[in-house]
Write a protein that binds this ligand. Structure first.
Ligand SMILES: [Zn+2]
Length: 164
């Protein structure tokens, strides 16, 4: 019993520290300065294909890393969609609370969605949900080969995009 109490105290400190590291890691990604976006060959083609065949909004979760101010997109996946029409989409969270994310090289960066209306700026709901999220970037597809990425620091001017 004498040994149990110090053990429980140490355990609770360790658990708290781990949760703090996870949360700081989440905050950091949002606060990181991002100056440009790098995508991979085939990503734009996939976006064009989805854009051309969708009359409703769709959303993709973007994964990758942030490297020297560059958001490097390395993969994507589709979240579960609950409702989608030409103006709105309701979808499940891209990443669940993942303890092991701090050890993973590929992290959740943000989302990208289309605007079937061809409007290239963020809508009110886009800004609202982006602000509430821990996402580092948000992308809008508003035409063929026309993609704009924004960060929490600048919701008006889009980032430069490079493809390798
Ligand atoms: Zn939108």
């Amino acid at each position: 019993m004498k040994k149990l109490i110090p053990f429980l105290i140490v355990t609770s400190i360790v658990i708290t520290a781990v949760f703090c590291i996870i949360l700081l890691n989440k905050w950091n990604i949002k606060k990181t300065t991002i100056e440009s976006v790098r995508t991979y060959d085939g990503f734009t083609a996939k976006l064009n294909e989805l854009y051309a065949t969708s009359t409703d909004e769709f959303v993709l979760c973007l994964n990758g890393k942030i490297d020297n101010g560059i958001a490097v997109i390395t993969s994507y996946h589709s979240p579960k969609e609950y409702k989608a029409d030409e103006n709105d989409i309701v979808f499940s969270s891209c990443s669940n609370f993942d303890f092991f994310e701090i050890f993973k090289k590929e992290k959740h960066l943000g989302t990208i969605h289309n605007h079937p209306s061809s409007v290239c700026h963020l809508g009110y709901m886009d800004c609202y949900s982006f602000g509430k999220s821990n996402d580092a970037i948000i992308g809008i597809i508003c035409g063929e080969d026309t993609v704009h990425f924004f960060t929490p620091k600048d919701l008006i001017n889009s980032l430069e995009i490079n493809t390798i």
